[in-house]
Write a protein that binds this ligand. Structure first.
Ligand code: VGL
Ligand code: ZN
Length: 200
């Protein structure tokens, strides 16, 4: 039985000065690097969107960032353009020790579907392949860190708990966007799903 550290979206665009900057997003990186040595497997995720992605406010005529739209899979927050495939903003933050990664999962490549979770796209049915990988490697315990607590970290943690993993989110190694109460509701939803929330 193995454990894995999932490092969610520690990319330039989610760090200060990035296109969708998360406050203090870069302050967690040294601690994340140190944590990598304590797990059997390190997984990194990378938000990886085409320029015309339907989660971008710029894909609509009368929308601005943080407005919402109804997609075929439900409500979707609209974001500033971020993590465009191949751009500097999509790269891992230079301080992140990405060479420790056993596997890198890229997500959000389908222009019609956003993908917060490391396991399923936002349609809740299209898998990323991570569950198969972790099953094959006999991983049962997952610890999640990274950006942003209230979106990609929370969605990944809740999906993992539903899939039967024992899941811990290390809040001291995660930071939130916290738009319109999103952090509070994400914390509630994670607790209800049985995700352990720890600060150290
Ligand atoms: C994320 C919004 C849009 C995240 C990604 O990594 O939490 N949030 N794309
Ligand atoms: Zn995104």
């Amino acid at each position: 039985m193995s454990n894995a550290l999932l490092v969610i979206d520690v990319q330039n665009d989610f760090c200060p000065k990035g296109a969708l900057a998360v406050k203090e997003g870069d302050t967690i990186i040294h601690q994340i690097n140190a944590a990598m040595d304590h797990f059997n497997i390190v997984v990194l995720t990378q938000d990886w969107h085409p320029t015309n992605h339907k989660s971008f406010a710029s894909s609509y005529e009368n929308k601005k960032p943080f407005d919402t739209v109804e997609m075929f899979y439900g409500n979707q927050v609209l974001w500033p353009d971020h993590c465009i495939q191949g751009s500097v903003g999509a790269k891992f933050h230079p301080n992140l020790n990405h060479e420790k990664a056993d596997v890198i999962i890229r997500k959000g490549s389908n222009p019609a579907v956003d993908s917060y979770s490391a396991f399923f796209e936002n349609d809740k049915v299209t898998p990323t392949g991570l569950h198969g990988y972790l099953k094959d490697r006999n991983v049962k315990d997952l610890t999640m860190v990274g950006l942003a607590t209230d979106f990609c970290v929370a969605f990944s943690a809740i999906d993992a708990a539903k899939l039967g993993y024992s899941v811990t989110v290390r809040l001291d190694m995660a930071r939130a966007i916290d738009n319109g109460g999103s952090l509070n509701s994400a914390m509630d939803n994670m607790s209800k799903a049985g995700v352990k929330l720890k600060n150290g």
